[in-house]
Design a protein. Structure first.
Length: 358
């Protein structure tokens, strides 16, 4: 699933700062104002789908910046995304209507310009912790290829299991593009009485005006469709992430192969434990050991049982929680549904680890 979540649009008006402030508080009596400077004031609205309204003094006019949620115009929360062009336009028309009521000016929807937007992909999954290895590999791939001092990883603690578990991370690859990959179910259940069951893996691309203009040749909301967002973000941003992730899996496999080269039976268990952070999936270890095995097929079967048992024991004790099995299938879901790259991912003893774009 893909669509829009949060956004901030700006529009120029002629009304003076003092009058704007007065009319905003009249329209939103619950608003809390924060004067950042003599020329800038922010109002925390938190009403329906409007988060904040900011007014800025310019030399010839004033700028209204409205931070809002697309989904919360239709739903009580933002678990579902805005994927309909029709309802998206209706939400933007409602934003313009608010500006008209506050200012009395005949502003048009075509004047709305994006300051930022959040384009989001997500998928329902059994449980977010099953994706721990994929999340870690993805984070490591980003960290090795981009320089971001503000990157943040999130974990929580499960009392019943007495273990930590991954909840996501934030990363800023370049100026104007911020990634947030996380378990949406954790965030929702923390702030809402009505809980949701099952996991939701979500990736948000927060794009600011400079990047929006570069990707779509315009920063005006009416010039860009949701489908155009999907196409450009898939081709220009997600494809880059896809190749970085593939390279990270291949790099980890080479590290494992080097560590396992010439291994003795009694060493296998310790090697797997020492290199657990480099193991995406049991099938990759199985493939490497099969390729390196110079003994009988019976001995190979023994190795395979030992690999499975070692990894099961490791994941039972591990904190944060993780799973070393079925990650090839999950990686295919991650590539197809989260990074929007249509492909097939396989790992076997004939073709080894392979990924084909379809």
């Amino acid at each position: 699933m893909y669509g829009l979540d949060r956004a901030c649009v700006s529009i120029g008006v002629s009304m003076q700062m003092f009058d704007l402030s007065a009319y905003i508080t009249k329209y939103y009596p619950q608003a809390i104002s924060n004067a950042i400077s003599r020329k800038t004031t922010t109002f925390d609205i938190n009403h329906q789908n409007i988060n904040k309204i900011k007014i800025e003094e310019k030399r010839t006019h004033r700028v209204l910046r409205i931070d809002f949620s697309y989904p919360r115009k239709r739903y009580e929360n933002n678990i579902l995304l805005e994927d309909s062009e029709e309802s998206r336009k209706k939400t933007e028309e409602d934003i313009v209507e608010i500006v008209r009521k506050i200012t009395g000016e005949k502003v048009k929807t075509e004047q709305l310009a994006y300051d930022f937007l959040e384009f989001t992909t997500q998928e329902k999954i059994k449980s977010f912790y099953y994706y721990h290895n994929i999340v870690v590999f993805f984070y490591r791939a980003l960290s090795r290829n981009f320089y971001d001092l503000d990157k943040t990883q999130y974990y929580n603690y499960a009392k019943m299991d007495d273990k930590f578990y991954t909840t996501g991370f934030i990363f800023k690859p370049v100026k104007g593009w911020k990634i947030r990959l996380y378990g949406k179910n954790f965030e929702h259940n923390k702030y809402h009485e009505k809980k949701i069951r099952g996991g939701i893996i979500r990736l948000e691309h927060l794009l600011t005006r400079g990047v929006i203009k570069k990707l779509f040749k315009s920063h005006y909301a009416r010039d860009i469709t949701i489908e155009e967002m999907r196409r450009q973000i898939s081709e220009k941003l997600c494809k880059q992430l896809f190749h970085l992730m593939l390279h990270e899996v291949e790099r980890a496999s080479k590290k494992l192969e080097k560590a396992l080269k010439g291994f003795k039976s009694r060493e296998l268990e310790n090697i797997l434990r020492d290199y657990s952070e480099w193991i995406l999936d049991e099938s990759i270890v199985d493939d490497i050991v099969t390729k390196l095995n110079q003994k009988s097929y019976r001995q190979l079967q023994y190795y395979r049982v030992k690999i499975r048992n070692t990894l099961r024991n490791s994941q039972e004790r591990a904190s944060p929680k993780r799973d070393f099995f079925n990650n090839i299938e999950r990686l295919e879901i991650f590539f197809n549904e989260i990074l929007l790259q249509k492909c097939e991912v396989k790992c076997n003893n004939l073709k080894h680890f392979t990924c084909f774009l379809t």
